[in-house]
Structures are given as structure tokens and as C-alpha cells.
Ligand binder design. Structure first.
Ligand SMILES: Cc1ncc(COP(=O)(O)O)c(C=O)c1O
Length: 398
């Protein structure tokens, strides 16, 4: 068929995570037992009190369009949270409620990037930050997150990569796929550069609640001179286990929010009314459920890191945030795509090749530990057997 699609779509690469997921599902249909560690979705149910709030809202007739910006109650609640927890003095008028953080990324980038503008993005990175700028004719310029540097940002590299066309900088902390949390020192250094070079900053904080070992999440907008140039992007998908509810937000100076609302209005109109009511409840009526999930993630992380690090040929750091392990497979000598395919076929373990997140992810596999402890234990056992078989096979060949 002669597809008459826009040429800008040629720039977009389909999600490599979905590709692995589809292959895994196909194998499952053919009767193979697959352990799924590929998707970035919590395996817990949404807490009961949040579900009840949505059901009550529907029963109360809260089923119509809301203000494009989101309900005032939710915007106030988010602003209050950002003031109290993150130390950023946002007001309700500086919040736009979106259909997931994904929409917040799209609205923000559409609103600030002109064709030809450069935007600094991490490598490896959650792919929206590579694809959306390309769609807009802007130029994503990658900076490296290196394991040897604890995946902190090399400030010298950032300085080197700034040109007269650089308009914005993206940071993701805690990070997907590395699980790293940017240190205060890194964030202060970045803030200094952003102010000096007059850069806008998109700060993706979707994993902020998922931090371990007493680690503190710091929002860059809380640093001097940053609030006026930062878009703080966040949502409910990860901490409250609400990926299917599709709700997020962007916090930014109100003049920017007015511009973002123009694209949001034409795109989604507003986030679903009863989901907004549930989001208010998620924050206002919070029990200890998020903390419980975080404790459980930490225990799974520790057990899995320990098990993986006893497998010859692979190694894995203990991430301080999110729910991903970024497993170093470099010494095995295979590409991450080959290894992910091998482990899926031979061991029935679905992992994401690091190369899906950019060239900097080559040599790594991402494992999501948002899975049951039994599956994680069994997964490590299967990975061990498959890797040992591979190493033996190579030894015989040499
Ligand atoms: C860094 C990052 N930002 C945003 C999202 C998507 O968030 P949402 O479900 O709110 O669209 C993800 C999902 O994996 C993510 O990893």
C-alpha cells in the first residue's frame, strides 16, 4: 500500500521495549513460560483508597470535561505537595494536569523547541526525549551517563556541548534505565550552567518517590535561579502504581503554562475528570502504601543484585532509585540486542537491550525488578544457566 504519511514520522523509532514484549508474548502463546522483566510498570495493584476515590467520583457524576488546566483542587494539591516536599514555591496556576507525564513531555517540547534548536538529553535515555524533539525538527544532542561516573552528569561535557543553538537541557532523576539519582553536587553544577547559559530545563521526576538507602531526591527547580527556567514533570504512574490511569503534570511559570495549555487543549482537552479526583485522593489521603512498596522494591533490588553479581561475566551496580537494574554484559562480548534475544529464547527471560535507550546503553541489559521475588529469583537462576552455557560454548570454540 502506498502510505501517504508525513515524512516527519520516518524519524520516529518504534519502542524497543514493546518489541521485546511482543516477542515474549509470542513465545508465551507457543507454550513457553516467560519471566517478564522488560516493562517499566509496577506489579502492585493501585492502592484501594485511590480506586475508591475514582469510583465515588463517577457515582457522584464527576464525568464531564474539567478545566483544560485540570481541576483547581488537584492543581492546588499538587502545588502544595511541590512546596512541602520539594521546596519549590509553585502556585496552583503554575500547574498543568496532563494525560500522563508522557503528554507533559510532548506539550513542553512542542511549546519550547523551534526547528533547528538543540536540546541536551541523556544517553542512555527514556526514548521520548530523543523522539519528540526529532518529530519537531529540533536536534537532540546526547550527553553521556557513564557507569564509571556512577551515572552522574559530566559537567565539562555539558559545557562543551552547548552551542548558540542550545535551548534546553533534559534531566531524569531518578533515572530510567540506569536507576541512578543525581547528586546535589551535580544538580548545583547543572543549575549554575543553566543560569549562565540561559537554558531551559526539563526535569523528569516520575521516580522521585522510589529512592532507597535513605537517598534524598532533590528537584532542580528548588535551587536558586532555577524555578523560572524549569519545567518540573511528574505523575502518578510509578509511585502509586497507576500506569493505566494516565495522569501526570507539569509545573512551570504561569506564562509558560498558558502556552503549554494551547497544545494540551488541542491534543487531549483535559485529563479524565474522575482520574483527577483519584489523584487528589492519592496525595491527600496517602497511607503508608507507597512506603511499603518502596521497602519491598528495595528488598527485591538487594536480592537480585546479589544474585546477578555471582554470575561470571556480568555485573550490576546497586541503583539508588527507580526499579531498574542496568546489567553490564560487556565482558561477554555480545551486543545487548543479541544477548536479550538469546536470554529470551534460551532462558525465557525478557530483558531490554540497553541499546534501545541510545548508543550509551550498548553493553547493558535493563531488568525491571517490579516483579515478584519468586520470579526474580527464578530469573537470576535462568540467566546464570544460560550465561554459563554461553561461556562454556565459547571456551570450547576457542
Ligand atoms: C523517565 C520516564 N518518564 C516518564 C514515563 C512515563 O510516565 P507516564 O506513565 O506518566 O506517562 C516513564 C515511563 O516509563 C519514564 O520512564
Amino acid at each position: 500500500m502506498n502510505l501517504r504519511t508525513a515524512s516527519r514520522m520516518d524519524e520516529l523509532v518504534p519502542s524497543g521495549i514493546r518489541k521485546i514484549n511482543e516477542q515474549a508474548l509470542k513465545l508465551e502463546q507457543s507454550g513457553k513460560k516467560i519471566l517478564h522483566f522488560e516493562l517499566g510498570r509496577p506489579d502492585f495493584d493501585t492502592p484501594e483508597y485511590i480506586k475508591r476515590a475514582a469510583i465515588l467520583a463517577i457515582e457522584d457524576g464527576d464525568v464531564f470535561y474539567t478545566s483544560n488546566f485540570g481541576t483547581m483542587e488537584l492543581r492546588r494539591t499538587i502545588a502544595g505537595k511541590l512546596q512541602e516536599e520539594n521546596g519549590i514555591p509553585y502556585e496552583a496556576e503554575e500547574i498543568l494536569v496532563t494525560v500522563g507525564l508522557s503528554e507533559a513531555v510532548f506539550d513542553t517540547l512542542c511549546s519550547v523547541l523551534n526547528p533547528g534548536d538543540e536540546i541536551l538529553i541523556p544517553d542512555p535515555v527514556w526514548m521520548n526525549y530523543l523522539n519528540v524533539p526529532k518529530l519537531l525538527g529540533a536536534v537532540p544532542v546526547s550527553y553521556h551517563l557513564r557507569e564509571g561516573n556512577d551515572y552522574q552528569i559530566d559537567l565539562e561535557e555539558i559545557r562543551r556541548k552547548i552551542t548558540p543553538r542550545t535551548k534546553a537541557l533534559v534531566i531524569v532523576t531518578p533515572n530510567n534505565p540506569t536507576g541512578s539519582v543525581l547528586s546535589r553536587r551535580t544538580l548545583e553544577g547543572l543549575a549554575e550552567i543553566a543560569v549562565k547559559e540561559d537554558l531551559l530545563v526539563l526535569s523528569d521526576e516520575i521516580y522521585e518517590r522510589l529512592v532507597y538507602d535513605g537517598e534524598k531526591h532533590l528537584s532542580i527547580a528548588a535551587l536558586p535561579g532555577m524555578k523560572e527556567r524549569t519545567f518540573t514533570l511528574n505523575g502518578f504512574s510509578k509511585a502509586w502504581s497507576m500506569t493505566g490511569w494516565r495522569i501526570g503534570y507539569v509545573a512551570a511559570p504561569r506564562e509558560y503554562i498558558a502556552v503549554l495549555n494551547k497544545i494540551h487543549q488541542h491534543n487531549t482537552t483535559c485529563a479524565p475528570s474522575f482520574v483527577q479526583a483519584a489523584a487528589v485522593a492519592a496525595m491527600k489521603e496517602e497511607t503508608d502504601e507507597v512506603e511499603k512498596m518502596v521497602r519491598e522494591y528495595a528488598a527485591r533490588r538487594d536480592e537480585t543484585v546479589q544474585a546477578l553479581n555471582t554470575i561470571p561475566g556480568i555485573s550490576c551496580r546497586t541503583p539508588k532509585g527507580a526499579f531498574y537494574l542496568f546489567i553490564n554484559i560487556q565482558s561477554l562480548g555480545y551486543s545487548s540486542e543479541w544477548m536479550a534475544d538469546y536470554l529470551l529464547r534460551e532462558a525465557g527471560v525478557a530483558l531490554v537491550p540497553g541499546s534501545v535507550f541510545g548508543p550509551g546503553g550498548e553493553g547493558y541489559l535493563r531488568l525491571s525488578f517490579a516483579a515478584s521475588r519468586e520470579d526474580l529469583k527464578e530469573g537470576c537462576h535462568r540467566i546464570r544457566k544460560a550465561v554459563e552455557a554461553l561461556v562454556k560454548q565459547n571456551e570450547r570454540r576457542n
